[in-house]
Design a protein around this ligand. Sequence first.
Ligand SMILES: [Zn+2]
Length: 341
Amino acid sequence: MGRIVRTPRGVPVVAAIIALFTVWACAPAAAPSPTEAPRPPAATQAPATQPAPAAAPAARSAPTPARKLNVVATTTHIQDFARNVGGDRITVVPILGPDDDAHDYQPTAEDARKIAQADVVLAIGIGLEPWLDALARNARPGVQVVELAGAAKLQIEKGDDPEEPEGDPHVWQDPANTQKMVDVIRDALARLDAPGQTVYAANAAAYNRQLDQLDQQIKQQIATIPSEQRRLVTNHDAFGYYVRHYGLVFVGSVIPSLSTEAEPSAGEVRKLIQDIKEQHVKAIFTETNLSPRLEQQIAQEAGIKIYSNLYGDALGAPGSEGDTYIKAMLFNTRQIVEGLR
Ligand SMILES: [Zn+2]
């Protein structure tokens, strides 16, 4: 049985969104189209007298501190980084929520509207958000889409995965990469809001110091796992940067892909179970936002434990143990240490 690769479904959806948005943008302000979704809260919008952001391009001058910057951020990780750097000078406008999968997300008409009101759009890039290019056409002229991994000049791990030709996009799993992306966010905000420059610089420096501490804590925790047991099996290849940075051995993943949009063949599943047994892997780790059914089956056949709650491509919902990047990284590390020790 060959590997099943789903075809991208984003294009017609995005076309529909753009069509929807066009209907909304062209409608008179007093008589909104019946297809219009609820507007975001007024506080996140440009001055209320503007009927449609797309109809008023480039005319706005540099924002003053009186109006917060609208910072659209794709993933929950970037949303957290932006909040830490921007503080109360920005409004973070999310695209993905804790339950969304970046790899196969289907944008909504509401997303198109968020992009149209953005002062800047922050994304990871490297193919993590394949749906963003089409969505970004809704941005006002001159509004930048900042792809953090590229802008931070991160060293991207290349694989032979045909679904991720640009390499492994899960760069945030290494806090050193996150620190560089934090600096890019700092500079992007300062370009839009020069009076805020010192605030952004201080916030970014403080957050990066916390990330230094995070890195030290994770290293200390991993050091408590006997070195021959530092072997990781996950459900998709989301932890490559973590594995390399913290000196673990990556045995394999249930979905043999950097993307979640693939399914393993029967042969690949057999091979993984064999590798788990031969290398005495102690546990399988899967992510909160993906169904662990196949993983449970493999864990059962291989006779090992399964931890089905790592924060991989998304942070947890507010109030959960992984609702910030730092908390999620510490939580994942606790699970990995418990499972492998
Ligand atoms: Zn992923």
